[in-house]
Write a protein that binds this ligand. Structure first.
Ligand code: CTP
Length: 210
């Protein structure tokens, strides 16, 4: 069944990469599978979908507009531009919180430098906080991956980032096709989905927006 109103849904997926030099970077284990499943599920419901993807090895779901980015700051630039005319945003991307202060133009010769090598880090902007601060009536879904005190931390993040819902998952979700999540809203409701496929979870999340 097609949804009654077609929405323009913006989805971020995958990790970001923060380069140290031309061949080395800081990143994380995100596979992008949850974000891509969300894009496919939204498209299947008849929505207009734009997927902003970090570096991942996944095929673009049919009919979905995809914009590839590498770093958190590149993702933010595209997000700012595209959030303007979106009805909803789903932030499934695992954005790197920090980046190396400098990206060296040539390879880092740590051994030649001598001493204990270290990388100076600076904080990346919080993408979701930046764009969702003035979200108006647009609907926003955040994600949280926690390994302890998940519900408390997820609830705090949902509020701090001005999201309408947050999808809490654990580290078991990384890379696999299945996951267990808790969907939380601002009113205090919680819905647990235990050991589902990411495709099944995606359908439920898109249903929240409709
Ligand atoms: N997020 C973002 N910009 C960032 C970091 C995170 O927009 N710089 C978004 C993610 O896309 C996700 C949510 O915020 O929707 C997750 O927030 P958070 O848990 O703060 O990110 P973590 O890096 O996992 O935070 P922490 O290290 O504190 O667990």
């Amino acid at each position: 069944r097609k949804s009654r109103t077609t929405m323009r849904i913006l989805i971020t997926a995958g990790p970001t990469r923060e380069y140290i030099d031309p061949v080395r970077y800081l990143s994380n284990e995100s596979s992008g599978k949850m974000g891509f499943a969300l894009a496919a599920a939204a498209k299947r419901r008849g929505h207009q979908v734009t997927l902003i993807a970090g570096p991942v090895c996944l095929a673009t779901p049919k009919g979905v507009e995809r914009i590839d980015v590498v770093s958190a700051r590149e993702m933010l630039a595209v997000l700012r531009e595209r959030f303007k005319d979106a009805d909803a945003l789903i932030m499934a991307a695992a954005v790197a919180d920090f980046r190396p202060r400098r990206r060296l133009r040539g390879k880092w010769k740590a051994k030649e430098d001598g001493g204990d090598p270290s990388i100076d880090l600076v904080e990346n902007p919080d993408l979701l906080m930046t764009v969702a601060r003035r979200k108006g009536v647009r609907k926003v879904v955040a994600f949280a991956l926690e390994t302890s005190q998940g519900k408390r931390r997820a609830r705090a993040k949902m509020a701090a980032k001005n999201a309408d819902w947050i999808v809490l998952n654990g580290a078991e979700a990384l890379g696999g096709d299945r996951t267990s999540v808790t969907l939380m809203d601002r009113a205090g409701n919680e819905l647990e989905l235990l050991d589902r496929t990411k495709v099944q979870v995606a359908r439920v999340v898109i249903g929240l927006l409709e």
